[in-house]
Design a binder for this molecule. Sequence first.
Ligand SMILES: [Zn+2]
Length: 689
Amino acid sequence: MDPRKRMEVLAAELLRHQHLYYVLARPEISDAEYDRRLDELVQLEERYPQYAGPNSPSRRVGSDLDGSFPERPHAVPVLSLDKLYEAREAAQWLRKTAAACGNDPGFTVEEKIDGASIVLYYERGELQHALTRGNGLAGSDVSDNVRTIRQVPLRIAEAGSLAVRGEIYITRDDFARFNAGLPEKYANPRNLAAGSLRNLKSSLTARVPLNIFVYEGFFPMGENSGRDHLEVLARLRDLGFRINPRLGFFCDSEPRRRKAQELFPGAVSAPLAGVEDYLLRLGTARAGVAYDVDGLVLKLADLEMRQELGFTAHHPRWAMAYKFEAPQARSELLDVLVQVGRNGRVTPVALLRPVRLSGSTVTRATLHNQDTIDMLELGIGDQVAISKRGDVIPAVDEVLEKSEANPSVYRLPERCPFCASRLVRDGAHHFCRNGSCPERQRRALSYFCAREQMDIESLGEKTIAFLYGKGWLRTIPDIYCFDYARLEGEEGFKERKIARIRAGVEKSREQPFARVLAALGFEGLAAAVAAALIAHGFDDVDKIIAGAARGDWEAFAAVEGIGEVTARQLVDHFTAAANLELIARLRDAGLRFRAEGPSAERIDDSFAGQVWVITGSFESFNPRSLAADEIRRRGGRVAENVTARTTHLLAGASPGSKLAKAEKLKVQVISESGFLERLQSGKQSNNGG
Ligand SMILES: [Zn+2]
């Protein structure tokens, strides 16, 4: 036989047997027979090196030549995932994402293996490059080392460009055995896996018992690579890639769950409600898994919906990592700072010896309340473990070592550190009940002026603290009656700064009612609650006061998004004499206590049950929000993106991609003139009936 032909036949056979052996664990020939054929190929390649391809099965044994790891760009940016540390929060994320998608979306849950991340690039069926994650935009080319991993297909039956993401890992048993024979020990399996990919001699990598699972495939653009993630995984499996059989699929659609079971008979398939149990169960079971798993990855399975959700600056919005353990650091409790909020709630804050933790220096951690401190048995001087859960303030997880000098547990003071009034315990928290407590007043002022509320940028925390210290600002109405001319001559208050403060205060009088309402700072009356009240007819503060005067908490609870606790709080807030006086004084100062503009008034229900998306520009509705107002005033909903739930697309001039999407989904497309007609006819039928 022609040597070139023979080499091709041998290569194809050997790759097939490698796949049978290493991926499917179903060998068809003996090891000796395999070695005999491989020897024959190696000998032929030595005689005819011009015919030896880069993906020859002989590459599995690696080379003794020193390689290098040039950097190459990633065809698809490798983004990291957002992280959560509580199963409950991960389940919440899933529910929220499902609600944003509508239409019974499916989610996969896959193991997050603690190994080395890799991206495999194929062209015309050949493995071209294997790149590490690097900075996400470019990675190191470790192809020669990756080619030695027998579970990595070197040739695949896919002609187009394909990028495959996976994790290279080593089992704990293999790690223990292999590490024992190394002169320089690795700390853990992950480090050995990552280090092996950077061996200069690929013949060394070939000896390390590395494994791979792949979990994402990017098939050529425009090609129908399947509608959901499970189909992509199944296709990768058919091409010879190793897919982790520990796979969960969560979806409320029974037919989709059945289909998932057909594709992956070993997978767990359940309704969305089952996800939290599953996360907790896998978290507990991970000790029994042969390799290190540091979390689970929740991914929206619907590819088209992924496209719609898109990305934040750093993470895809359609995926979330649930990590079993939050990153921890060791520190020391130096002192406890007692904070008092505008509503009097006392929050103890741990002051810590500065320590680096996941990319930032931590000096403080919340302690929530006395119960938390008691549970931790925490005292000043103790050595503590702290962690960051998500992006919130760090928390103290446990005491690692009690202080010898001070073995006691910290106790909150009996009196408010700012006004010396006795602290009162209510539920889990302590409160300062003194309405004229300087700290509470200062905080109420800061809250009122903050960006999220009245947005008086020129009255920042420092300026407020100064004005408060002088006795010039005490309560919120003082902001509007204080004569800022008195600041002239004070250090740090030049003419321009005073003018800016005046202008900021003036401008804030124009803030809409919703902001004013939330800025009052009443407990439970957050911005979302204020907006809900207004949208449901409480669009004038007098209507709210009247409802509260009747003790009608049920009317508040009937508002979507307001529960009984908040509803009862509203009754208390809007009947308290001090609050009514505050409202009266601010009303006198010219603040808005009534929602203005047409958006407040409901006209009829002619658009009830409809979900509109607005695109393009309009003559009668500029800005577009005016059109949105008209839809809402008639009981319709307005959404940002066209989905299967969309009922109407309002398309103005130059409508863009949303129009194409709407036409594809057979969504009714309405022009500006058609829309104006509908607004008219709705009004008429309403008047007629
Ligand atoms: Zn106080």
